[in-house]
Design a protein around this ligand. Structure first.
Ligand SMILES: [Zn+2]
Length: 604
């Protein structure tokens, strides 16, 4: 003991002479040592150790410096060489829907035979916890197009064989179809003579009876079988979404279309101390009421007054400072509701000998006319809201940028952080405008791969010139844009590490098969440093929390994660396999596998 003390005292003298800053500090709550601490500071510096006190980072540096923060009550965690980085900030998702998918009966987007389909639905039907208020069972994430063998069509008889008395509805993952059993058809009041609503179809058999399949708008008839969720169900779904986020390392998110039920559910969890990610919400402005700027601002201010908890602090809170606006739909077939600068192509030949030529349509009219959008953005920004615009086609992106330009011209001093989400197609002339106008593209990197929607759904309808530049992440980066990331969960399963891998490689998973194995387009992927910055610092900037989160720097909140592998060093494809070992939010460990710190999965 004496030797140890002398040694430490001698070393302290030497260090104090060389660098007075490492003199003994007020003890930290937790000291992490022996790691690869990737900071995402202005130079992406890598350190060895980090200390946390009162929910904030008080030190980042080497193990020797961290030692001066270790007091008798300090918890010490040996990182054993593992990578630590800032917690992930997901700049665009739909978490309540994501959580609903997690707690309900799900077919998990799997390709299934009729037998496999029946087995999974039967297992759900046997579990009373899946029954809703109508006594019915709703099954989600049915990958209808992937039924095996190809071309398999299902009818109500498959479901009647599982349960003839209780209603069952199976919803397709693409959202266009639903399959009902006979009990569900009865409860929904659908008979041989029921008329489908416009834009929908009730499929009939040769005898004129409904087969159980409902297409598109006909799904509105299902409401009696699939009633809106209750507040209790919403809280359960929100809790499930937070558990999924903790396990992936998400410490902050934007709900990119926040209804009152979303806000109520996450606010309830916040009051219980169960909110384990910083929750940002973007209520919607309906294009039908776009011209009523004062009315919109008044409504949004009332929502913010009810739920927004002000500047973020150590404990996760609820923020309402973003506003969602849809400029268009989606560019890929079969929807083709994206607004384009030039027409979608149509096949004027035959299936065997196709002749693709420009057709009559460039998509729908933009949902917000340009003359209305500029003043609306100006009104929102003046009221303190940051617009978050869905713009998928190059025409919609241009209109969104034009709106931002008009807003900037009217409010040259405004501290606005407009976001334009998706940006699957951006005209070359518009790429530098993101930087020039201070608009942040919010991209879903997992779309930057060869897949049925980008190959079959885009190639023919958009043509080679446009498909070559689809998902233009690195083209936007080269043009100086500050790129942020948003998963858009549950459009895809929540898989942030797969998305980051695709952002780097622009390739699909090996399981997707040889047809989708090569990279998407000619452009390179983003660098690892760029994708990590997009999902931490740049999304924090988007959500106006960049002075508090997004990087590991003294004074910032201790929102951080520890990984099972070093995503800066493993083969790029292996980034997809990353597992989070520890998730910390505001200095509290909310998730741990037990590998480095005692097991935890909850608010701690
Ligand atoms: Zn979305």
């Amino acid at each position: 003991m004496g030797v140890f003390l002398r040694h430490v005292a001698g070393m302290a003298t030497v260090l104090a002479a060389a660098a007075p800053a490492v003199a003994r500090q007020a003890p930290a709550d937790i000291v992490f040592t022996n790691g690869y601490v990737y900071s995402v500071d202005s130079k992406d510096h890598v350190f060895q150790a980090l200390a946390v006190r009162g929910g904030r980072i008080v030190y980042i540096g080497d193990d020797g410096g961290a030692a001066s923060y270790a007091g008798p009550k300090t918890r010490r965690i040996d990182l054993k060489g593992h990578m630590m980085m800032p917690g992930l900030v997901d700049g665009h998702m739909h978490p309540l829907e994501g959580g609903q998918n997690l707690i309900g009966c799900s077919l998990d987007y799997l390709p299934l035979t009729v037998g496999g389909f029946s087995d999974r639905v039967r297992a759900c039907a046997a579990d009373p916890s899946f029954r809703n208020a109508s006594g019915g069972l709703v099954v989600r994430n049915w990958f209808q197009e992937a039924m095996k063998p190809a071309g398999t069509r299902l009818t109500k008889q498959v479901l009647d064989a599982i349960d003839a008395t209780h209603p069952i509805v199976v919803r397709s993952s693409f959202g266009h179809s639903a399959l009902l059993n006979s009990a569900a058809l009865r409860l929904a009041g659908i008979t041989a003579t029921t008329q489908a609503p416009p834009g929908g179809e009730i499929v009939h058999d040769a005898a004129g009876q409904p087969t159980g399949m409902l297409e598109d708008e006909a799904q509105n008839l299902i409401a009696p079988v699939d009633p809106p969720s209750t507040p209790q169900e919403d809280v359960r779904a929100a809790a499930a979404s937070l558990a999924a986020m903790r396990a992936q390392g998400v410490t902050g998110f934007l709900d990119a279309w926040a209804l009152d039920k979303d806000l109520a559910a996450y606010a309830a969890l916040q009051r219980q101390g169960a909110l384990t990610a910083r929750a940002h919400f973007a209520p919607l402005v309906d294009p039908a009421h776009a011209a009523d700027i004062a009315g919109n601002v008044g409504r949004l201010k009332a929502i913010a007054a009810r739920y927004d908890q002000g500047p973020i602090g150590v404990a996760p809170s609820v923020t309402v400072r973003n506003v969602k606006l849809f400029m268009d739909g989606v560019i890929t077939a079969p929807a083709m509701t994206g607004v384009l600068l030039a027409p979608y192509r149509v096949n004027r030949g035959t299936a065997a000998a196709p002749r693709w030529e420009p057709g009559p349509s460039s998509g729908p009219a933009p949902y917000f006319p340009p003359a209305v959008l500029g003043p609306l953005l100006q009104g929102l920004v003046t009221a303190g809201f940051d617009p978050h615009m869905h713009a998928d086609g190059d025409g919609a992106v241009r209109i969104a940028l034009d709106g931002v330009q008009a807003m900037r011209a009217a409010l040259p001093q405004a501290d606005a952080r407009p976001a334009i989400a998706h940006d699957e197609l951006v005209d070359p002339a518009d790429r530098p405008r993101f930087k020039a106008l201070g608009a942040v593209p919010v991209l879903s990197f997992q779309w930057e791969k060869q897949a049925p929607d980008t190959v079959e759904g885009a190639r023919d309808y958009l043509g080679p010139d446009r498909v070559r530049d689809i998902e233009p992440a690195s083209l936007l980066a080269q043009a100086g844009a500050r790129i942020a990331y948003g998963s858009d969960w549950p459009v895809d399963p929540l898989n942030e590490w797969f998305a980051l891998k695709v952002g780097v490689t622009r390739t699909n998973a090996p399981e997707a098969g040889p047809r989708y194995a090569h990279p998407l387009g000619d452009e390179p992927g983003l660098s690892r440093a760029e994708v990590l910055r997009a999902i931490t610092m740049n999304s924090s900037w988007e959500l106006r929390s960049d002075t508090q989160t997004g990087s590991l720097e003294p004074g910032k909140l201790a929102d951080l994660i520890v990984l099972d592998r070093n995503v800066m060093q493993v083969p790029a494809n292996d980034i997809a396999n990353t597992k989070v070992l520890v998730t910390m939010v505001g200095g509290r460990i909310v998730y741990s596998t037990g590998a480095l710190a005692p097991k935890a999965n909850g608010p701690g």
